[in-house]
Ligand binder design. Structure first.
Ligand SMILES: Cc1ncc(COP(=O)(O)O)c(C=O)c1O
Length: 419
């Protein structure tokens, strides 16, 4: 019989096999100093484009003060226990009421983490007789939520309404046989490529098919719609979204998340969502911090305005220079280049060391082989100098990529990974 670890010792996984070359630099890098447009990497200042602090709230003095005061008052433990048992407070309830109101839903419920929260939301919304239909490009937390489902599930091609419809027809047949219902899941904004989910088109299919609609709006909340109420509000279909989810990990610059829906559904989730029933309540520091952040979203449009000024100048500048930024309709700014993984590594090193630009690099298997995706996240704390420095650097690295400079330099990496 094989030792359980034998496979792990032989095969480190599609990303793990790059660890020797990548760890500490391309993956698990240490960005130091206060969160902002410029941070320190390997002891050097870099323009930071890899942090989802969209509204620049992470280091805002008012936010820092509320966080610090709450930590002083409550410590990091309070309240202890799950919400149902001993971890429930007035302020948890108040935050839920305010979040529900903000995203135009009857009711909301807090989640400790977005990842487990949406996974558990999906798990509690469906039974084995139900069918899930979801976008093939969904975030890992949606995929893992769907993995818990004991019934049928279908993926539709990314943002492809024709493909969704085909799968709705299949799903309807199954649900009619089992006596179950259908759950359709999309993201409000797809975080890798920045496209908005086609929420309006999906919602319009409700006239023809019987389904409920769940939207993960991690990247839309705070950045799209009036005051940042999200992609559903932006597209004018918030009422058609039956279950709305967003995390505090991006625009809110914190930890935690929430789900919002009709009261009847939230009441059900409160009593059936395993990630919340069997886990400690969200700490008060995070609850008080979220109340303050939500207040900033509601009352201070200048953060969102500044964010979009930066987004537009970065995206327009890239397009003017002929870069392929795909179909983004959000702050997420992907730049697609052609090259191998070793070339991408040399290119990103050049970008960081010689041009002081820090952005995330995404390669196969997250995107197709032969493509390099440099992912830029503009925030309200960036400025026009950051943008012009970055545009100039990008023009230079593209020239080197096309001339084969990175290919030559990457040959030793390619050799050592394949041997
Ligand atoms: C689309 C999407 N959903 C959910 C999550 C998970 O949120 P959290 O970081 O709060 O666990 C993320 C975060 O990366 C995300 O991008």
């Amino acid at each position: 019989m094989k030792d359980l670890f034998a496979r792990i010792q032989q095969n480190k996984g599609p990303l793990g096999k790059w660890a020797k070359h990548a760890e500490g630099y391309f993956v698990f890098p240490k960005l130091e100093g206060p969160i902002g447009n410029r941070m320190s990497f390997n002891g050097k200042e870099v323009v930071t484009w890899s942090i989802n602090d969209y509204l620049g709230l992470a280091n805002h003095p008012e936010i820092r003060k509320v966080d610090a005061d709450a930590a002083l008052e409550y410590g990091s433990a309070y309240p202890m226990g799950a919400r149902m048992m001993s971890g429930h407070t007035e302020l948890h309830e108040q935050l839920e009421v305010e979040l529900a109101d903000f995203v135009q839903k009857e009711s909301a419920y807090l989640l400790n983490f977005g990842y487990q929260g949406i996974l558990s939301t999906i798990d509690s919304l469906v039974s084995k007789d139900d069918v899930i239909v979801y976008d093939v490009d969904s975030h890992a937390c949606i995929i893992d939520g769907v993995r818990l489902h004991h019934g049928k599930r279908y993926t539709y091609q990314h943002n492809d309404i024709e493909s969704l419809e085909k799968n709705l027809i299949r799903a309807t047949k199954i649900a009619e046989q089992t006596g179950g219902g259908i759950l359709v899941i999309s993201e409000g904004v797809f975080g890798m490529r920045g496209e908005q989910g086609k929420l309006k088109e999906i919602a319009a299919l409700k006239n023809k098919y019987n389904f409920r609609f769940l939207v993960d709006d991690a990247h839309g909340f705070g950045t799209l719609g009036k005051n940042g109420a999200g992609a559903g509000v932006e597209q004018g279909v918030q009422d058609e979204i039956d279950v709305y989810f967003a995390t505090f990990a991006k625009s809110m610059a914190s930890t935690g998340a929430f789900v919002a829906a009709d009261k009847e559904i939230i009441d059900y989730l409160k009593y059936n969502m395993r990630s919340q029933m069997f886990a400690k309540s969200l700490q008060m520091v995070l609850v008080k911090g979220a109340l303050k952040r939500l207040d900033m979203l509601r009352t201070r449009p200048e953060f969102k305005d500044k964010l979009w000024r930066n987004v537009n100048s970065l995206q327009d500048g890239l397009k003017e220079r002929g870069f392929d930024i795909g179909l983004t309709k959000s702050c997420v700014t992907p730049v697609y280049l052609k090259g191998s993984i070793p070339e991408a590594m040399v290119l990103v090193k050049d970008l960081r060391e010689n041009y002081s630009i820090f952005c995330s690099i995404v390669v196969y298997p997250v995107i197709p082989k032969g493509l390099i995706l440099l992912r830029l996240i503009p925030t309200a704390s960036h400025n026009l100098e950051d943008v012009s420095m970055t545009l100039n650097a990008f023009s230079k690295i593209r020239e080197k990529l096309e001339k084969g400079t990175y290919k030559r330099l990457s040959e030793s990496i390619a050799f050592s990974v394949s041997h």
